[in-house]
Design a protein around this ligand. Structure first.
Ligand SMILES: Cc1cc2nc3c(=O)[nH]c(=O)nc-3n(C[C@H](O)[C@H](O)[C@H](O)COP(=O)(O)OP(=O)(O)OC[C@H]3O[C@@H](n4cnc5c(N)ncnc54)[C@H](O)[C@@H]3O)c2cc1C
Ligand code: FES
Ligand code: FES
Length: 488
């Protein structure tokens, strides 16, 4: 281990902050409201759903300063080293004129009780800085993670589209002063490990992947935290004491996306938002799914590596990644191993991962020409909802129109993400016809004995899975029409 810095440093609005002591699981929202008395950001749900706590977090990315909306209620202060945190209080002084986003909300009657309003303003602010004249669909996407229970969304969307009538992003402080903020942020980092606190309250922000490997070997009991969209809820909802924490989200070597040897290699700490272009351009069939993982804030925080590492049976990326024959690379100390993703999931809550071993990257082979692929998410709400089930289908037909190869994987149907091997066997070698599909449907009951829970009954899950195979067949034979939607 090299030199250690004993303070977490970030910029809060226009103030430099250095914390040499902070509880490991202190959320940004509690820090703002309870310690800094910045009460504009609200707590609605404390689980990343409602967006009332939305703030912007700016980070240097390849020399650019990029701001993203995040949910402060599930973001830990320890993760903010090197960041610029912008809260609603930064938009206008108490006695100053309203910011263009605020004025648009007032003039378009975008607020009633006002509880959701700071979060909505921050989401719209983040959008307006990059898209001053957004389409309705862009505004809707930016607000996927913001719930309003009294105004109704039409006035808010109108406000979101009118902001540029009240001012231009070019003269907004976050845009106009970008060079100054970038210079300040550049002085915060420095390639050193950050370590603060003792025992359960110990926070480690490794300087590199090597540093992470040694920190995790030395502290295998520590909880790794990437985007905290799972881990944050362990604290706010389940009151778990999960320290010490090792923050992995800003480690450069875990943040790359490259295409190599016919595969897309995605670092474990790449967020959904950062991976969107690379994934959707290579796998356009994932456009709809990608736009329906969480809401915008969750996609800005949550990572693909952790969606795999958490071993959840209802994570949205494992089914398509398994269908695409993805592999996952794990690292423990200096040793690496790569295994097929489907083998990583052993049983409910049990993955093939040793103490001190972490997910480093996932490799996704590109689809050979001519292969059919699709992925469908079924959830109660369209946006910001966990899947009841998620199915991914991939088939290659031979010259006679028979199934030459087939991979089908589901989430929400078993204790782990799992392939439908009996269904696959029933399809393999058969003519790709409706008769074959109907004959294969009973095999779903061999592969899966799903649970009944609050998201769906066992019977619904089985029937829906069968119908998704029917749908896939129809779409690949020209009998169905795919509805897709713009992805943020
Ligand atoms: C409002 C809301 C909506 C959501 N919607 C969806 C959805 O639609 N679909 C979906 O699939 N999920 C959804 N989620 C769940 C969550 O966003 C995803 O599982 C996400 O991918 C988790 O990533 P993270 O970086 O935030 O994980 P974290 O919370 O940081 O970590 C999750 C787990 O992974 C471990 N971990 C993190 N990084 C590593 C690593 N490199 N190696 C080993 N272990 C590691 C952590 O220790 C922890 O056990 C939602 C969550 C919220 C709060
Ligand atoms: S308080 Fe609801 S998302 Fe944070
Ligand atoms: S204005 Fe009341 S919740 Fe949105």
């Amino acid at each position: 281990m090299g030199e250690v810095r004993a303070a977490i440093r970030f910029i809060l609005n226009d103030e430099d902050v250095a914390l040499d002591s902070v509880p490991a699981t202190r959320t940004l929202l509690d820090y703002l409201r309870l310690e800094r008395r910045l009460k504009g950001s609200k707590e609605g749900c404390a689980e990343g759903d409602c967006g009332a706590c939305t703030v912007l977090v700016g980070r240097l990315r390849n020399g650019e300063l990029i701001y993203r909306s995040v949910n402060a209620c599930i973001c830990f202060v320890g993760s903010l080293d090197g960041a610029h945190v912008v809260t609603i209080e930064h938009l206008s002084a108490p006695d100053g004129p309203l910011h263009p986003v605020q004025q648009a909300m007032v003039d378009h009657h975008g607020s009633q009780c006002g509880f959701c309003t700071p979060g909505i303003v921050m989401s719209l602010y983040g959008l307006w800085m990059t898209s001053p004249d957004p389409s309705t669909s862009q505004v809707e996407t930016a607000l996927q993670g913001n719930l309003c229970r009294c105004t109704g969304y039409a006035p808010i969307i109108r406000a979101g589209q009118a902001i540029s009538q009240y001012g231009a992003p070019a003269v907004d402080p976050l845009v106009a002063e970008r060079a100054r903020i970038k210079a300040r942020l550049a002085t915060l980092g420095g390639g050193r490990r950050v370590e603060v606190g003792q025992g359960r309250d110990r926070i480690i922000v490794p300087a590199s992947a090597d540093d992470l490997a040694s920190a995790y070997l030395d502290n295998p009991e520590a909880t790794l935290v990437s985007g905290a969209t799972d881990v944050g809820l362990w604290v706010t909802k389940f009151m778990r004491d999960i320290g010490p924490l090792i923050f992995v989200g800003e480690i450069d070597e875990l943040r790359g996306i490259v295409e190599a040897e016919g595969a897309l290699v995605i670092g474990a700490a790449v967020t959904y938002a950062e991976a969107a272009d690379a994934m959707v351009s290579r796998f356009p069939q994932l456009a709809e799914l990608w736009g329906r993982i969480g809401g915008t804030q969750v996609r800005n925080m949550g990572t693909i590596g952790a969606n795999i590492a958490n071993g959840s049976p209802i994570g949205d990326t494992p089914p398509p990644l398994i269908a695409l024959e993805a592999t996952v690379t794990l690292r423990r100390g200096g040793a690496r191993r790569t295994l097929p993703l489907e083998n990583f999931f052993i049983a409910y809550g049990k993955q093939d991962r040793q103490p001190g071993e972490f997910v480093e990257s996932v490799q996704v082979p590109l689809l050979p020409a001519g292969e059919r692929f699709a992925c469908y998410k079924i959830s109660k709400r369209r946006d910001e909802d966990i899947s009841a089930l998620c199915g991914a289908f991939r088939v290659a037909l031979d010259a006679r129109g028979h199934v030459g190869s087939v991979r089908i994987a589901f989430g929400g149907m078993a204790a782990t993400p799992k392939r439908a091997t009996s269904v696959e066997a029933a399809l393999l070698g058969q003519a790709w016809t409706e008769t074959t599909i109907e004959a294969a449907l009973p095999a779903f009951a061999t592969d899966f004995q799903p649970l009944t829970d609050m998201r769906a009954s066992a019977g619904y899950r089985l029937l829906a899975a069968q119908n998704l195979l029917r749908r896939f067949h129809l779409e690949t034979t020209g009998g169905g029409q795919r509805l897709t939607r713009e992805v943020a």
